[in-house]
Design a binder for this molecule. Structure first.
Ligand code: ATP
Ligand code: MG
Length: 407
């Protein structure tokens, strides 16, 4: 029997159990924080495995906590948040029953309704001055012997939608509503501290989003927990375990070449690379992956049109964290960092001064901070200059945008 562990591959959706690799430290830390009664903000750039970590921790905690997973991707309003809460609780019969009981004074004959009908009613009833009703709903969850954990995914997208109402830019009323909701959540978690916690995350950073509209203080009760890309050894272990599961082998340390090519071992990129390599060798009818296969697949597949589909969000997500008038400068800074492989602060200032009128130095530093916070750029510990954290994203960015810059 082989001593190499086996991992079932998965590209795209969240993973747990026998598809979940490593993250021992982060799982332990998150469980420790939740056991201490903390609510947590799980911070990581895209595709690093936030949703998977929450799912895996919830799998490990299901005997001790009621774990409710809310995906707020398409929610716009507090009422829709509670509709999601109700849907998430549906699999926990007693939690669902308690929530229905709390809704009895609001919706006539609610206990006789199917879930879809209740959520529809809820959307209509929790519009203006929803907070007191919301207090009653959340208090119902805090009555269990077992504490409840709300795993709240895609919170920044939800908050952004609320802030923008129907448009693409935050409005005053939208910002007020978002602030009201976040303050309500903080109050609810503090009121029911012994029986309720939340883990908040999303595929865009919440901090720059809130900072932009002066709402940062509404989340300062959350304990931050950072999730980084895998280190090289963990990523190599993952690749070998994936290969083991598919009866193929890496020859001449080709798995180390995969990690080198990626630069930052973002779990999703590791899994995509493996899937493409597997495809490539299977088409040739062989079961060994050589360094030359890694090279070929990187150039033709990872940087080709299929790679573009996986990475296009690096461009589009900038719209969520930047004001539209600042996006061209952010694109230019990133492109310069991709083409030259590094960018000093002086070069960034010069670029802004040459090509963008009326841009103040403080704004350039602010943009670089956001790009660093959101996982695009990292700063060299000795030089202090910026470079793309992921070589893969850098190479893709260069191919996509290099025509834009003067060298
Ligand atoms: N611990 C892990 N073990 C194995 N694969 C993982 C792990 N974490 C993430 N992945 C890979 O990354 C993909 C995306 O994972 P996940 O959805 O959890 O990331 P995310 O950070 O929530 O992404 P997004 O930023 O889009 O919300 C998974 O389909 C899987 O291929
Ligand atoms: Mg996710």
């Amino acid at each position: 029997m082989s001593s190499t562990p086996t991992l079932r591959s998965a590209v795209g959706p969240w993973v747990d159990g026998d598809r979940f690799w490593n993250r021992d430290h982060e799982c332990r830390r998150l469980i420790e924080l939740l056991d201490e009664g903390a609510s947590v903000s799980l911070i990581a750039p895209r595709r690093v495995g936030k949703t998977s970590l929450m799912r895996e921790v919830s799998r490990r905690l299901q005997d001790r906590y009621v774990c409710l997973h809310l995906d707020l991707e398409s929610a716009h309003t507090p009422a829709e948040f509670f509709a999601e809460l109700l849907s998430a609780s549906h699999v926990h019969t007693s939690a669902y029953q308690r929530l229905l009981a709390a809704l009895e004074s609001l919706i006539v004959r609610v206990t006789e309704m199917k879930l879809a009908e209740v959520t529809l009613n809820l959307r209509a009833h929790l519009t203006a001055s929803w907070e007191r009703r919301a207090d009653r709903i959340i208090a119902a969850l805090a009555q269990f012997d077992q504490p409840t954990i709300l795993f709240l995914d895609e919170v920044p997208v939800f908050i952004h939608r609320m802030m923008c109402a129907d448009g693409t830019q935050p409005t005053e009323a939208g910002i007020r509503e978002a602030g009201l909701f976040l303050s309500w959540l903080r109050r609810a978690l503090q009121t029911h501290q012994s029986h309720l916690r939340a883990v908040v995350t999303g595929s865009i950073g919440i901090e720059p989003l809130l900072q932009r509209v002066g709402l940062s203080a509404t989340i300062n009760h959350l304990t931050p927990l950072e999730l980084r890309p895998w280190d090289a050894a963990t990523a190599r272990g993952c690749l070998m375990a994936l290969a083991n599961g598919k009866n193929v082998t890496f020859v001449s340390n080709a798995e180390a070449d995969v990690v080198d090519k990626l630069g930052a071992a973002i779990p999703h990129h590791v899994q995509i690379f493996f899937e493409r390599l597997l495809d490539h060798v299977r088409r040739q009818g062989v079961a060994a992956i050589f360094p030359k296969d890694v090279e070929e697949v990187y150039e033709k597949e990872m940087l080709g049109i299929r790679g573009h589909t996986a990475l296009a969000h690096y461009e589009t997500r900038l719209d969520h964290v930047l004001a539209p008038e600042h996006k061209p400068l952010a694109l230019a800074l990133l492109t310069r960092a991709a083409v030259n492989e590094s960018l000093t602060l002086d070069e960034a200032m010069a670029l802004a001064g040459d090509d963008f009128a009326d841009i103040e130095d403080a704004l350039v530093t602010q943009l670089l901070d956001i790009l660093e916070h959101d996982g695009y750029l990292a700063r060299g510990p000795t030089t202090g200059s910026y470079h793309f954290e992921s070589h893969y994203v850098r190479d893709w960015w260069r191919l996509r945008f290099a025509r834009m810059v003067r060298r």
